[in-house]
Design a protein around this ligand. Structure first.
Ligand code: FAD
Length: 451
């Protein structure tokens, strides 16, 4: 039950604080952020023993109990791709930090009343990821009468849920906010009978010897699926420059971080990236910030951005574009204060900046399945004929029939949306693939256990 406010305590520089604020606000959980260095309320709390010794972000619940953040906040672990698509090893300390962070999120989700535990032990369809692809697969799975579970680590809607306005989704001539679209598909999926877990995360998954899949979730739940849809999408690529990691969450954000824009009234903001998501973020931020500087490596914006966005940016007096440039350093004190830009001719300039949003390309999220599903050299999952192309059928496919379209190298595991090799990276195509995956699963389940 979500009745009472949760307090979230931390400093501006606390790693993970911005992510947790977004996690709560995207899921409609009422909470109050308390900056322990600047909030006057903290003066009243000085008498509370050991407040300074606690690990932030710290959640304080209405019954007085608390939940401390992980030792090292790590939102995801990147399983880098090698030229053959094989995973490169993740350092054990990163594995540990990722598992602790996921456990913290699951416990927080559970305490604030989000559904993190499955109702059953086995399902016809287990969907991993509740972006547009996963939510649509859930909607179609449930409406076809399959018992369907969706597991979502952060919030329904995925990347699309963070978009201020989606202009090219059919049926919305004036555009639709990502949050509104996500909420509608989510409500429709639940109404048709899909079960959606939020704040729970797939940790590992593996085939069983009786043709099903076993999936282990944060919080210790283990479930079995007769089939699965992998729809875990992509995460933004990291920017390697001094100060970026230090001010992560304290001014520096990956993605468009929608909840943060309203906090930036009158601020100077930098957006790094030249794709449509960067263009949309810049326009949305310009509604609140004093100035927005878009930084791109390319000599012009039209290389990677749709014309309508390029034109709107050009007309917006608050937005400046710095072409052939990159961020060389981020500086600040308790939070970010400036970004140093380096231009093509090696000249540098320090811009005052209270926040920086990095939208610089994406990496597929394959944590938990990278060992057994075939990936391309960038880590995207191969499906259909791509699985058996280039003479690798022997190594990657064991049935007499060919893989169905969208079927991964594991019979019964289908891939939909941005995670798939060759996908279009649009909401409409993710939705289409989610629906298509279920129709193929219907055929797969009708055939019975694969031989
Ligand atoms: C700011 C922004 C603006 C955009 N604007 C547009 C636009 O205007 N038009 C358009 O067509 N496209 C737009 N896009 C692209 C579009 O949002 C994506 O193509 C689409 O969301 C892809 O959907 P998906 O379901 O494949 O993956 P995603 O949306 O990436 O969803 C994947 C989900 O999986 C979850 N997940 C990941 N790992 C796990 C795990 N281990 N366990 C459980 N859950 C997990 C993630 O939390 C996420 O919610 C935009 C993207 C961004 C970031």
């Amino acid at each position: 039950m979500r009745h009472s406010t949760t307090y979230l305590l931390g400093r501006a520089t606390t790693p993970g604080a911005a992510e947790i604020r977004q996690f709560l606000s995207r899921n409609g959980v009422p909470f109050q952020w308390v900056d322990v260095e600047h909030d006057p309320l903290v003066g009243l709390l000085q008498g509370v023993p050991h407040l300074e010794d606690r690990r932030y972000p710290l959640a304080l619940f209405s019954d007085g109990s608390t939940l401390e953040g992980p030792e090292r906040f790590m939102r995801t672990r990147y399983v880098r791709a090698t030229p053959t698509g094989a995973p490169s090893p993740v350092p054990p300390e990163d594995e540990r930090a990722y598992a602790e962070t996921a456990a913290f999120k699951q416990q927080l989700a559970e305490r604030v009343g989000l559904p993190t535990r499955p109702a059953r032990e086995s399902y016809d369809v287990v969907v991993v990821g509740a972006g547009p692809a996963g939510l649509t697969a859930a909607l179609y799975g449930a409406s076809e009468g399959h018992s369907t579970l969706v597991v979502e680590a952060i919030a329904p809607g995925g990347q699309a849920g963070t978009s201020a306005r989606i202009e090219n989704y059919p049926g919305f001539p004036d555009g639709v906010s990502g949050a509104e679209l996500a909420e509608s598909i989510y409500a429709q999926a639940v109404r048709l009978g899909a079960e959606v877990l939020i704040g729970a995360e797939l940790l590992t998954a593996a085939p069983t010897d009786h043709g099903t899949f076993q999936v282990e979730l944060t919080g210790g739940s283990v479930i079995e699926g007769r089939s699965s849809v992998a729809a875990t999408g992509v995460h933004y690529r990291r920017l390697e420059a001094p100060g970026v990691d230090e001010f992560l969450g304290a001014g520096v954000h990956y993605g468009s971080a929608p909840g943060e824009a309203v906090r930036l009234k009158g601020s100077d903001v930098v957006v790094v990236g030249g794709g449509n998501s960067a263009g949309q973020a810049a326009l949305h931020l310009a509604d609140h910030a004093r100035t927005v500087t878009v930084v791109i490596r390319a000599p012009s914006l039209d290389r990677g951005m749709s014309t309508y966005l390029v034109e709107r940016i050009a007309r917006n007096p608050r937005i400046a574009v710095r072409t052939s440039s990159q961020v060389a350093e981020v500086r600040g004190d308790s939070s970010m204060r400036s970004a140093t830009l380096r231009s093509g001719d090696e000249r540098t300039e320090e811009l005052a900046a209270d926040a920086m949003f990095l939208l610089i390309g994406a990496q597929p999220v394959t944590a938990g399945v990278e060992g057994w599903l075939r990936r391309d050299s960038h880590g995207f999952l191969l499906t259909g004929q791509d699985v058996v192309a280039d003479g690798s059928r022997e190594a990657w496919w064991r049935l007499d029939r060919d893989p169905y379209p969208l079927e991964s190298s594991q019979p019964g595991v289908f891939v939909a949306g941005d995670l798939r090799h060759g996908s279009i990276k649009r909401v409409a195509s993710a939705v289409g693939e989610g629906a298509m995956a279920i129709s193929l699963i219907r055929q797969y389940l009708a055939l019975g256990r694969p031989g």
